[in-house]
Design a protein around this ligand. Sequence first.
Ligand code: RUQ
Ligand code: CUA
Length: 766
Amino acid sequence: MSRPGPFQRNPFILVLCALALAWSAPVLAAESLQQVLKRRGLSQQDLLAAAKTYVPTGERDEFLAFASGGQSGHVIVYGVPSMRILKYIAVFTPEPWQGYGFEEESKAVLAQGRINGRDITWGDVHHPAPSETNGDYDGKYLFVNDKANPRLAVIDLHDFETKQIVVNPIFQSEHGGAFVSENTEWVLEPAQYAAPLGGEYQPLERFNEEYRGGLTYWKFNREKGRLEPENSFSIELPPYSQDLSDFGKGASSGWSFTNSFCSERYVGGIERGRPPFEAGCSAKDTDYLHVVNWRKAAQVAAAGKTEMINGHPVITIETAIDEGLVFLIPEPKSPHGIDVSPDGKYLIVSGKLDTHTSVFEWAKVKALIDAKDFAGKDPYGLPILDMKKSLHTQVQLGLGPLHTQFDPQAGIAYTSLYVDSMVARWDYLKGELLDRLPIHYNIGHLMTMHGDTVKPRGKYLVSLNKLAIDRFNPVGPLHPQSHQLVDIGGSKMQLLYDMPLPLGEPHYAVAIEAGLLKPRIRYKSGTNTRTGEISPHKTRAGEERIERDGKRVTIHGTLIRSHITPEIIEVDEGDEVTIYLTNLERAQDQTHGFTVGKYNVHGSFEPGETASVKFVADTPGVYPYYCTEFCSALHLEMQGYLLVKPKGYKAKVGDLMPKEEYGQADYEKQVATNVATQATIDEVVAFITSQDYKAHPEVVALVEDATDQLGRAAEAKKKTEIEAGAERWHSATLWAGQWWQYQVKAADIGLRAKNILEEHGATGRP
Ligand code: RUQ
Ligand code: CUA
């Protein structure tokens, strides 16, 4: 065993060396701003754009965007205006860094999304929807959908983790979803490609009779933070390929709106010589906007006027007609988005194949419904309202209009023009086009800040582009996705920044004011983060144990800088091993990872979290395990051995530490180091306590952590003294080393706290 010399052991000496090196470096003249602009070929306009997006080091963004991660099955979180990616939230797809789908606790969440007994390990995530209070984002929850395998997931924004996945009980696919009602009582998931409800087989020849679309309204329990399948219901609809939706608000509260395409009910078959779907599904000039009285529908469902399909209550088309729940309005063909204005008075629909964007007026629609003034009935008997009588205006914005978002200024909206590759700013009250900005290329959705709520914040717009083509350095035929940041604060829109997203296609994104998000930094010790409950396997320091019950070996262990307890696990070939680990840390950002090599085992343990990994030790051998996060100076030493003994192996184990290498002199040297270190710690503590550190929550957290570490140092000191008292110098020296380890951690944390206090003094930021 080689002992580190004083230069490796004392962090303060290291810092001094680094400073000395910096002083001796050659001095270069600093470049002026003009010189940098010239060298990099930047214009004044570029400089202005940079100044609008640049977030100085240590500072934070104004908004957090949550973008669907498309085929990745994740959600992407980034800051606006810096466009810095902050997190990928694993939702439908396993993600090893977060332990998602590797730890038993998160496997249980993914297992909720099994369909027909099959694990579905990916998702096609399209539309995120934040929870709302009175029609505005409240920063508490986020809902996302999976188009391919009709499912919804609930992400808790208290910790940015996926807590629940529900499988749609009657659809074969969906697209619209998730959309939330003004107070998040309901989360709407509309079907997409029509199919027999409940999943049974029916030949395509029976399309009109047996295939159906529909809307599922999931009840959300805010206290529990979970969707309640037992209190949810659906409405059966004709096979019109229902699509995006929006909840009414304000004037249109209690109603929801869903558009559709292929109301032609065309069934393709290009290989049979029939015109393909794309021709048959765009033959008519109009499709149907579905206008739904959800508040009444919920009462109808609660009264039991439903049919059960797969144990799920469904309001039939017949009942919907009898109770006056669903009305149709012709809308320009192949529309994509339906967006309700912040006051709930206007419904904006764009037909992809029509140059018009149509503004329907809720008061007119409602008057027609109330007067039962119908223009006709669809083949299923649903009442149709007259399109012209429902319209406020139609505006020519450009080619391929898709989605609309709103501005704080009344009447101002932004609509994406897919074919033209532009964003249009326009006034939907006056029916006037105001400005257009070229986009690169083929914009799909767009997002303004809180842009689909009752209170849009304006400032920025992000264009979610379908193609990147030549915008970034080439990385092969599969290009990154591309988001462009646009300044909408002035009278002319200004393009500020291109951001590549190399994860999957983000369809929609929402941006929430950063101040509304208050995620926790640690869990209550022993929390199963996926259920929110304290795990029965929570383990405190000193309670670590290895237990055997027949072939089942259960380990209760702990993680703390910089050791895993236990450090040696011995099992027999074929044993079923479960390892529960509790991260004892309380400090911010002190996550530990855990893996046992070659057993496909990994976990991520945030401060306070208890989670577990499980495997059958079917291959004998020696398996190092270790912490996978560089958590501390002695992170590499955060290790252990799993020994899997072959069947029939007879143990001949001797003393693990037979050598007596260190004597009294080593012991005294170590103690002298510790005493010197303590003096430095005392200085740092004196500095911190001389400041008004309680005004800085981050510093308070660090001080708590440092106090923890010093408590552990005191315990190790006691053990040291017992060993020294018995003149067991070797063991006493090692315990003195452990005492020093805790001191170093405390000093490290103390210095971090000191830095923060000094920096805050300099920047004046609270
Ligand atoms: S998508 S580009 Cu919402 Cu799934 Cu529209
Ligand atoms: Cu814990 Cu590395």
